[in-house]
Design a protein around this ligand. Sequence first.
Ligand code: F0G
Length: 368
Amino acid sequence: MLMDATRSKLKQGRGVIEQYREYLPVSESTPIVSLDEGDTPLIYSSRLSKRIGRGCDVFVKNEGINPTCSFKDRGMTLAVSKAMEGKANAIICASTGNTSASAAAYAARAGISCVVILPAGKIASGKLLQAFACGAKIVAIDGNFDDALRIVREISERDDFIVVNSINPNRIAGQKTAAFEIVDVMGDAPDFHLLPLGNAGNITAYWTGYRQYQSRQRSTKLPAMIGFQAACAAPIFHDRIINKPETIASAIRIGNPASWKQARAAIAESSGAVDIIPDEEIVAAQIWLARHEGILVEPASAAAIAGFFKCCNSQEAAYSFKEIPEGRRIVCTVTGHGLKDPDVIMQRMGRVEPVAATVNDVRRAIGL
Ligand code: F0G
């Protein structure tokens, strides 16, 4: 272990617990399990800003730039640190992929075991690879995420596991640090915050963070929280459990979110909205963001960008930016890296056929 002085000499990031210790349930004796998560880029997008016009500024909070390439690491550092404080030997989670990748990595770092329960055949290949490589015990079920979470709850009642899904309050507490970072960089809270909704932990966490910062006078206002679900996996939008949720955005293929009530409260208290995005628009937004800003995100994350376009363009949007006052600031969180889920784009890409290794052949292939 490096001494603190050495770490700061090396100018390493300190991780979200060290950065925001006073806002988190840790003490001097909590062993910190960190991979230097957080401090992710908040990227100004002139092209997205132009879409909305009226002197508004749009930023992309790129949570794919975390140790396991998703926002889950913010909550996992705290959940695993607290598990270690309580002398736990094992953690368990249900997952659509990213939670399992993060849990596996932090468990490896802590030296404890990790069990992940996943819907069979519905996990993006990069995420499965992460959980496998980090040594998690992987159990695939013939069922969806909601079934997996039900099983995890029951197992943790009987056996000696700490659940690291967002029903563990430490996950939410860690994830709220993303809101702190945004305010710290922007100098105040944004006017609107757009993000994808799955199990609804992240919207709950952001809203907690924004409110906490405002109550400590770190910001003067609160954003309207606008969440986006995939059209055929939209329980919060339709206000009913979806028994067979389906979407290409496998990370948010959830029909009965654990933080449903908290998400509803965040949306109501912030005068925000929840809306739905069809799969074709999710994929189109994913490709748009890669081609226009060089930011490759996974499909679930692209729901926030597709949602932004819907707010700008559509009469049917649950929230319209048409009449938005001048100079408003909007943040879209993109939650996970595109390399986690290469298959969706690979299928559209087709094969790149090799040509002869001559200048003439290569010039012809370029179209010169
Ligand atoms: N985006 C990505 C990339 C996700 O992995 C998730 C959730 C969400 C958005 C939705 O966030 O659940 O807090 O509303 N993934 C969980 C998992 C369910 O198991 O990895 P949420």
